[in-house]
Ligand binder design. Structure first.
Ligand code: IDP
Ligand code: MG
Length: 148
């Protein structure tokens, strides 16, 4: 991919959460990413254990919604993916929309698939540093197939 001084090729972690997997929306959601230029370069379905989910969301451990979040994220399988593309971390967050679907812009994944602030269809890394950690949580290097 051609890089300019303002756009950098990145990888980020995306998760299709149990609500959206259960609603049979995996393919529809991946289309939102692909049509904006992000590529799936790794993917696996996982059913997180409570310990896995607590570790993944440990930065939220002191939040009042932490227990329910862990319960939700372990309620069924998820699809974990590595998305690659120009400014992938920010691009993915833009495509996802705001955490609260009532505040998400029209046409975003959360506006179209989330049913509440908790059951909001997708996860996306919020920084390049966290993307690296979160990708490592799910994938070995040899399970990732960069396009670039
Ligand atoms: P993000 O997923 O948009 O980055 P975070 O603030 O990192 O949002 O929260 C992580 C996840 O925790 C959210 O995606 C959502 O599933 C859940 N969550 C966030 N805020 C609330 C809340 O106020 N009530 C219930 N669940 C919440
Ligand atoms: Mg977050």
């Amino acid at each position: 991919m051609t890089q300019t001084s303002t756009q950098t090729l990145q990888q980020t972690l995306s998760i299709v959460k149990p609500d959206a997997v259960g609603q049979n929306q995996i393919g529809n959601i991946i289309e939102y990413f692909e049509r904006e230029g992000l590529s799936v370069v790794a993917a696996k379905m996982v059913h997180l254990s409570p310990d896995d989910a607590k570790k993944f969301y440990e930065i939220h451990a002191d939040k009042p919604f932490f227990g329910e979040l862990v319960e939700f994220m372990t309620s069924g399988p998820i699809l974990a993916m590595v998305l690659e593309g120009s400014d992938a971390v920010a691009t993915n967050r833009r495509i996802m929309g705001a955490t609260d679907p009532t505040k998400a812009e029209a046409g975003t994944v959360r506006a179209d698939f989330a049913t509440s602030i908790e059951r909001n269809a997708v996860h996306g890394s919020d920084s390049l540093e966290n993307a690296k950690t979160e990708i490592g949580f799910f994938f070995k290097d040899k399970e990732i197939f960069p396009r670039a």
